[in-house]
Design a binder for this molecule. Structure first.
Ligand SMILES: *Cc1c(COP(=O)(O)O)cnc(C)c1O
Length: 346
């Protein structure tokens, strides 16, 4: 492993040596098992393949400057998975079991935890899906829970925190008003894949979804939340169809500690003109600054109705950078972890 250059890794799949599996069958959880076999044996009539009873999580394990290994806020992921599974009316692991299996997965893949200097981390991907054979349309009775890991970086061919561009999605929605947007379901991603391809083909890094009922208010990006800095205020959308990001929650706390006002409220598209800094945020890269957002009638169209610009296109805004440095500082043991967000594994 010593020759591996973790610093050039992107947020992608990289192999490790073990995964952890537990099955819920006949109304009870079996014992979690560690295995080196990454191929699951799943019945072809399992609900997950047909009606998508599936949810997942994503969290990171960091090796700090002090060489100690910590997992960031796993209890938040455990609770969110319970909430997602609840929406699908299927069983979910207890908070304790979720965290225990995450720890088992890290310990079984210990040599894949990237060194501090690389800036990389061990990403954990817990997945929960309906696994009993079924054809009738109903919630899953049996579920399989798997925790897997990938040692990822945040390298994208450019300097970290290099601003990108985004486009508003007016002819594709991510989540319906009373739909599943608040839950971390694979199904939410399925319906954004095509729209993302269109946005990427046009050269945009990100796609920003609007409220599906009126296309007036900002919701979030396909896999990350939206936040803006407006003077001395941190603003982020309040919506029942936005995924409650743990990164956003942490940033709101850090922003308040920095003396910023924190507002969770509706943000209209028009208000983009008043924002000083705009970012997407999520576990994968913490924050991605955006220097421009284009409004287009349709993703397939050549027409740009309006462009909103934010700050210097070469640089992350100063407030966003400070927020980023604080979160990363806590994750890497460079700053005091005053809220006990890190779970130490050694
Ligand atoms: C996972 C996810 C996020 C980011 O959540 P974090 O807990 O910060 O990683 C944001 N939006 C969507 C749609 C997501 O699935």
């Amino acid at each position: 492993m010593d020759k591996t250059d973790f610093s050039k890794r992107s947020f992608s799949y990289y192999p490790t040596k073990a995964i952890v599996i537990a099955k819920y069958e006949g109304g009870a959880w079996g014992k979690p098992e560690i295995t080196a076999d990454f191929n699951l044996s799943v019945h072809c009539f399992a609900g997950a393949f047909h009606y998508a009873p599936e949810c997942f999580e994503g969290l990171k394990v960091f090796r700090g400057a002090d060489n100690r290994v910590r997992m960031f806020r796993p209890e938040e992921n455990a609770r969110r998975m319970q909430s997602s599974a609840g929406y699908l009316d299927m069983a979910s692991p207890s908070e304790e079991m979720f965290i225990q299996m995450c720890i088992m997965c890290v310990k079984a893949n210990w040599e894949f935890i990237p060194p501090y200097e690389s800036g990389a981390s061990l990403y954990l991907r817990p997945v929960l899906f309906g696994s009993n054979p079924q054809l009738g349309i109903r919630n899953a009775d049996d579920v399989t829970f798997v925790v897997m890991a990938s040692p990822v970086g945040t390298y994208s061919g450019a300097r970290e925190l290099t601003p990108g561009t985004a486009v508003l999605s007016r002819n594709f929605d991510r989540a319906a008003t009373y739909g599943s947007g608040h839950y971390k379901l694979g199904a939410n991603y399925a319906q954004s894949l095509h729209a993302y391809n269109l946005a990427h083909k046009l050269g945009y890094r990100e796609l920003l979804f609007l409220d599906s009922a009126t296309h007036t208010y900002i919701e979030e990006f396909g896999s990350s939340n939206f936040f803006g800095i407006k003077g001395n205020t941190y603003v982020t959308p309040d919506s029942g169809s936005v995924l409650p990001s743990i990164t956003n929650k942490s940033l709101r706390q850090v922003a308040a500690d920095m003396g910023l006002k924190v507002e969770m409220r509706k943000i209209s598209v028009a208000e983009l003109a008043e924002l000083d800094e705009v970012n997407s945020c999520g576990t994968a890269v913490v924050i991605t600054p955006l220097c421009r957002i284009d409004d287009k009638p349709a993703l397939e169209s050549e027409i740009v109705t309006r462009s909103y610009n934010f700050g210097n296109p070469e640089q992350c805004g100063p407030v966003s950078r400070k927020l980023y440095n604080t979160i990363v500082g806590i994750q890497k043991g460079l700053l005091p972890d005053k809220y006990g967000w890190c779970l130490f594994l050694d």
